[in-house]
Write a protein that binds this ligand. Structure first.
Ligand SMILES: [Zn+2]
Ligand SMILES: [Zn+2]
Length: 231
């Protein structure tokens, strides 16, 4: 009796509030039952660019990937960039809510577990100036969680941003490709066959594509893109 009530107190103490509604999450869960049931899971998507897409019978990739194949070879996203995931990502990115990286990273890791995994995980880097301003790189925070959960090597040094680029979100779609072109470089001597690039959101895919190009030029055969959400 006493033991049971102590156990209840303990599980109440262990429970963290749901990051969406601040309500009580079930023990060992991040979201409360109501918010968990309403998360905007991606659903059917192109296996290459992760764009939401109901592929017709026989179509391996979406029309856009078939017309103009991106440099990355596969893409995985867990959610659509919609409420409340958009808020959680914005909190992580702009408001220092680093605990969202654990919640979102673990959710994505659970989705990816059991698949054939890459040799290394590379977060999309921030330029040094932006990193100084923000104090952390949200993609690295997500990649840390993924690397730990999936037991894959984390490599946050090899891929570097060589140019400070304007934030992609502030640009019209047609300027985004130009904005990130040649924005990345790889450390000399980089060698891998299969890697995954990690970012918080994929919108136009130009950032992922520019980073993937750089890796493919260095001889990496398979470049996956892992993002929490696909816009
Ligand atoms: Zn909730
Ligand atoms: Zn596609």
């Amino acid at each position: 009796m006493i033991y049971n009530s102590l156990k209840n107190v303990q599980s109440w103490l262990d429970a963290r509030p749901c990051p969406v509604c601040q309500g009580r999450a079930a023990h060992g869960r991040d979201f409360c039952a109501g918010c968990a049931a309403a998360l905007p899971y991606l659903g059917p998507a192109c296996p290459r660019c992760a764009a939401p897409h109901d592929l017709g019978a026989g179509a391996a990739e979406c029309g856009r990937c078939q017309t103009e194949a991106p440099a990355y070879t596969a893409g995985s996203a867990l959610f659509r960039y919609a409420f409340p995931v958009d808020r959680l990502i914005q909190g992580l990115k702009y408001h220092g809510q680093l605990h969202h990286a654990r919640v979102l990273g673990e959710a994505l890791a659970a989705e990816l577990a059991g698949r054939r995994l890459p040799e290394r995980i590379l977060p999309v880097p921030l330029h040094a100036a932006r990193l100084r301003e923000r104090g952390y790189n949200q993609s690295l925070e997500l990649a840390r969680v993924l690397a730990r959960r999936l037991k894959v090597e984390l490599d946050y040094r090899s891929l570097q941003r060589t140019r400070a680029t304007a934030p992609q979100t502030g640009l019209p779609l047609e300027q985004r490709a130009r904005n990130v072109r040649q924005a990345f470089a790889l450390a000399p001597g980089f060698h891998a066959r299969h890697v995954a690039i990690v970012d918080d959101v994929m919108t136009s895919g130009h950032t992922a594509n520019a980073a993937a190009k750089c890796l493919r030029h260095a001889g990496v055969e398979e470049v996956e893109v892992w993002v929490v959400a696909r816009a």
